[in-house]
Design a protein around this ligand. Structure first.
Ligand code: FE
Ligand code: FE
Length: 341
């Protein structure tokens, strides 16, 4: 089974948008431990998300957060706003899992992680999600000699098999990230995640590429998209930006315009038919305005991608002519600027 989320190559790509609900919640870091704003129960975060023009779906953390955030309250907020639950992200990275979820040294805690994902999957199926998002953020290590890497690898494979095998019709997307909260995370790159997926051996497990994670992991995000597409394993993407040394989760295109465009071009060529999904942490910005800024930038970059002559770009790439390929983009960006051909 090919679980790439893609339509027919060449057809019009999506102009729809979605977002992780956490970007409308409350942000805490290790300094502002009282949070950068008031607590926002998830149903209110859904209502805030619904004020962003063009946003049609949300990725929901589970358990739902905040007072009164029951399944019925979340469902009511979704119904009231018309937003759809696109994915569920089980919180297998909280204090209980500080030494790991699937890779925790205590088998009881490992089982709790698997049980939490199972409960989240039931809720996801009730809400009709497209996929489950698995981010085992605490699975890894901090210090040299702390853990046996081969054992962690085996436990991760085992955990993913246990959560995904009972639901062959539902995609499970592993989101990789190089580090944070651990100094070394197990699913740290596109290549390691694809290698693990080979070991997992299930058709319904694939990859979620977070643009920022790929950037600060030293990858070319576009090359990672192409690798995951080639393997038939790209389930979804997260969009944001950073300065390449940390997961800053800034607005789309705020730092790396050209690499974001290249990422979009790879997805466009594949006929990307899912909403363009935002994953941001606007600590000091208004979350609704930050989502609007990203959607405006994405719309502009998708327009720009449409104006780029595919055949000329393909011809430049055929010759691996860097300046000619970049000229096609810079002429569209800066108009009168003529680049060498
Ligand atoms: Fe993400
Ligand atoms: Fe992130």
């Amino acid at each position: 089974m090919n679980i790439n989320a893609r339509g027919d190559p060449g057809r019009a790509v999506s102009r729809r948008f979605s977002a992780g609900i956490w970007m409308f919640g409350r942000f805490v870091d290790r300094f502002a431990t009282d949070g950068y704003g008031p607590e926002v129960p998830m149903p209110d975060a859904i209502r805030a998300a619904a004020t962003v023009e063009g946003l049609e779906a949300v990725d929901l953390n589970f358990p739902f957060w905040g007072p009164g955030a029951s399944l019925s309250a979340v469902r009511a907020a979704l119904d009231e706003t018309g937003l759809r639950a696109q994915a569920i992200t089980p919180e297998i990275y909280t204090r209980k899992f500080r030494l790991g979820a699937f890779t925790n040294p205590d088998p009881k805690v490992r089982q709790e992680a698997i049980d939490l994902v199972a409960r989240a999957t039931e809720v996801g199926q009730e809400l009709g999600v497209e996929y489950m998002k698995i981010w085992p953020g605490q699975d890894g290590f901090d210090y040299p000699l702390q853990a046996d890497p081969r054992q962690l690898w085996g436990l991760s494979i085992d955990g993913m098999q246990k959560v995904a095998e009972p639901h062959p019709g539902l995609p499970f997307a592993i989101e990789y990230k190089p580090k944070e909260p651990r100094t070394h995370m197990l699913f740290s790159s596109a290549a390691r995640t694809l290698l693990a997926i080979e070991d997992i051996g299930l058709d319904n497990v694939g990859v979620l590429i977070d643009f920022g994670h790929s950037m600060y992991g030293g990858e070319s995000p576009a090359a990672s998209v192409e690798l995951c597409l080639a393997k038939g394993r790209l389930i979804d993407i997260d969009l944001n930006d950073n300065f390449r040394s940390w997961d800053d989760d800034m607005t789309v295109g705020s730092v790396h315009v050209v690499e974001t465009l290249e990422f979009l071009l790879s997805l466009k060529r594949a006929g990307w038919d899912k909403p363009w999904k935002l994953d941001q942490f606007p600590f000091r910005e208004d979350p609704v305005q930050a989502a609007r800024a990203s959607i405006q930038m994405l719309s502009a970059l998708l327009d720009l991608a449409d104006r780029i002559d595919d055949e000329r770009l393909a011809a430049a790439r055929e010759r691996q002519d860097a300046l000619a390929a970049q000229a096609l983009v810079f002429e569209e960006l800066f108009g009168a600027v003529k680049m060498p051909r």
